[in-house]
Ligand binder design. Structure first.
Ligand SMILES: NC(=O)c1ccc[n+]([C@@H]2O[C@H](COP(=O)([O-])OP(=O)(O)OC[C@H]3O[C@@H](n4cnc5c(N)ncnc54)[C@H](O)[C@@H]3O)[C@@H](O)[C@H]2O)c1
Length: 425
């Protein structure tokens, strides 16, 4: 059995040095930032605005900025800083928000006006930037996926650092922004559907953002306006390529295809209903059958948990017919429509015992990014557990990363619970 290196594709020495130095500097940093943490948040007062800094001001950030502008009108928060490696985007984000421009996330993190950060960079920057943020005493809204498929060790490390520094981390899976999951959990605890032994979930659609990602300037070149080295981070150091920079979702070095882009959205709600830990073994299948890109456009992952359930995660980017999420128990089922389903109004709880009436629990926020934000800001003040907490995100990330590794290497992938590590046979 061989241990798989999950710290990233050839972690560069500069990144290693940086992480080591960050670890060594953590004590000093926490001293430096110790005036900004829970104590200050209390002093800040319930009516004071929370200062938001955006790291990565591309497509997704546009939606977050729109939400924060509305929340500013309600006196909830205010954008104080914006950061991007591509100057035209960060300038337009600054014009829209009035936030101060930064070109490196560590400079933004050193700004005392920044209370919380929203990270919406390409996948492999999420964990390193979020680790820097929690060490700097900031709470974090981190876009999904928690990490790139090659970085499970960083996902785990982010979980540990978040706990150590007592930070709030909300992961951007908006389909869990709903109190209905608490009712679903209660029904399962009350044994209405028996032992849950099988789960299916899927994400189906026609087309994908990889191909649709816009190249705003085909002649853009590395220089003062475009920091290619910072874009690469710990990824393989390849020469500049305009498609890699603007259409990064098509490439394995920066993205993982439907598993980490889409299946994360349908799998995380399952964790809000069931207490799943780390899986026993994972098989990944699929392929690139329609679009011209490195990452797959069809992706199927089977995840086995010791003692159950067995989970089937299914995806196609060539056909939009949705698939219900179904939790199959020994005495009944709980189901809800797939994300693109037009009738996705709530969850059904159905017992096979005809004497037990069917129950319908309407969604009250599922899929609403605005609700994920208000919950995040509430938790920043109350220090309560957010809808999409880091511990769930780490447990979701493991099987998704394992599915991608399995697909890439045509091997079954195991999880060593003692070592908390991914292993391949
Ligand atoms: N929750 C959702 O429904 C949802 C929807 C879309 C995207 N997302 C996630 O948001 C993230 C961003 O996606 P996008 O579509 O906005 O991509 P994008 O390419 O439009 O934006 C990413 C931005 O990050 C910048 N960037 C790259 N490296 C950086 C670095 N080291 N420091 C600072 N800035 C850097 C880029 O220049 C770019 O402006 C992805 O991880 C994606 O999975 C989530």
């Amino acid at each position: 059995m061989r241990k798989f290196n999950t710290t990233g594709n050839g972690l560069r020495s500069s990144r290693r040095d940086f992480l080591r130095k960050s670890a060594a500097g953590a004590a000093a940093a926490s001293l430096f930032y110790s005036t900004f943490t829970i104590a200050d948040e209390k002093i800040k007062g319930a009516n004071e605005r929370i200062g938001v800094g955006f790291i990565g001001t591309g497509g997704r950030c546009g939606a977050h900025i729109g939400i924060c502008l509305k929340l500013k009108e309600q006196g909830r928060c205010e954008t104080v800083a914006v950061c991007d490696v591509y100057a035209p985007r960060v300038k337009s984000a600054a014009e829209r928000t009035g936030g101060k421009i930064y070109r490196h996330h560590k400079e933004l993190l050193a700004d005392p006006k920044v209370d919380v950060v929203c990270i919406a960079t390409p996948d492999r920057h999420h964990a390193p930037q979020a680790i820097d943020a929690v060490r700097a005493g900031k709470d974090v809204y981190c876009e999904k996926p928690l990490t790139h498929w090659s970085q499970f060790d960083l996902a785990r490390q982010l979980g540990e650092e978040t706990a150590k520094h007592g930070r709030i981390v909300q992961v951007g899976t908006q389909y869990v922004a709903d109190d209905a999951y608490a009712e679903i959990r209660r029904a399962i605890a009350d044994d209405v559907i028996g032992k849950v032994v099988h789960v299916q979930a899927g994400y189906f659609r026609r087309g994908d953002w990889g191909e649709r990602m816009h190249i705003p300037d085909a002649n853009a070149q590395p220089g003062p306006d475009l920091d290619w080295e910072q874009f690469l981070g710990d990824a393989p150091q390849v020469p500049y390529d305009v498609s890699r920079f603007f259409q990064w979702r098509m490439y394995w070095d920066y993205a993982g295809g439907p598993a980490t882009d889409l299946l994360v959205h349908v799998f995380t709600p399952v964790f809000c209903a069931l207490d799943l830990g780390f899986p026993q073994r994972v098989f990944g299948g699929g392929g690139t059958f329609e679009y011209e890109r490195e990452v797959p456009d069809q992706c199927n992952i089977l995840v086995d948990y010791a003692g159950g359930p067995s989970v089937a995660l299914l995806n196609s980017l060539s056909n939009y017919v949705p698939l219900k999420t179904v939790l199959r128990g020994t005495k009944g089922i709980i189901d809800w429509e797939g994300i693109d389903g037009k009738e996705n109004k709530g969850a059904r709880i159905v017992s096979f015992d005809k004497k037990v009436p069917e129950k319908f629990i309407p969604w009250r926020g599922m899929g609403d990014t605005g609700k994920l934000w208000t919950n995040f800001l509430d938790c920043v003040k109350s220090r309560e557990r957010p809808y999409s907490p880091i511990d769930i995100a780490v447990k979701v990330q493991a099987p998704l990363n394992m599915g991608i590794l399995s697909h890439r290497e045509s091997k079954v992938v195991l999880f060593d619970k003692e070592k908390q590590a991914i292993e391949m046979r």
